[in-house]
Design a protein around this ligand. Structure first.
Ligand code: MN3
Length: 193
């Protein structure tokens, strides 16, 4: 049984980039629903319910369980973890990760180039999903988008940064202007300047 982790900042802390009502519904309703639904599927599998979600998702493809439940674990377990990471890398105050900045610069050329590529992938992803900066199996940084609540953990990759591009993440304030949301998001992403 897992519980919804509280945010370490107030719902209105990210204004004007993310509005308070979006934050309240996104954390209090959407994220809570993923927690509840994950609990309801995982309780059928005592051997899985003792594991942390990261470990469940890492071995998801090898599990011999009902396919419908496997899909539910992928969707709801991913939904829980993706949001946990998302809330932890945004906030009202910058807490820049110098080592990550250096790695990104070495890989992509500059932070500006990286941000441009990340935004491009976020803006062109069709439908619901997340944009990811991950460390792949060769310890290289990669940017890509995954649909729905799919987690890079299931590909053997380690998530570093992630941006929620489901409409529920931005629609109240930005409506269809995803690119504006994506561009403004850097202001609240605490890990990069
Ligand atoms: Mn979301």
């Amino acid at each position: 049984m897992i519980i919804l982790p509280p945010l370490s900042y107030a719902y209105d802390a990210l204004v004007p980039y993310i509005d308070a009502q979006t934050m309240e519904i996104h954390h209090g309703k959407h994220h809570q629903t993923y927690v509840d639904k994950y609990n309801s599927v995982i309780e059928k599998y005592p051997e899985l319910s003792t594991l942390i979600i990261e470990d469940v998702l890492k071995k998801l493809s090898t599990l011999s369980i009902d396919e419908k439940d496997k899909k539910a674990i992928q969707n709801f377990g991913g939904g829980v973890l993706n949001h946990n990471l998302f809330w932890s890398i945004i906030g009202p105050k910058k807490n820049v990760d110098d080592q990550l900045t250096k790695r990104i610069t070495n890989t992509f050329g500059s932070i500006e180039i990286f941000k441009k590529q990340f935004e491009e992938i976020a803006n062109t992803h069709f439908g619901s999903g997340w944009t990811w900066l991950v460390e792949d199996e060769k310890n290289m940084l990669q940017i890509y988008a995954l649909p729905n609540q799919d987690s890079p953990l299931s590909l053997g990759h380690t998530p570093i940064l992630t941006l929620d591009v489901w409409e529920h993440a931005y629609y109240l304030h930005y409506q269809n202007r995803r690119a504006e949301y994506v561009h403004n998001w850097w202001n609240v992403c605490t890990r990069l300047a």
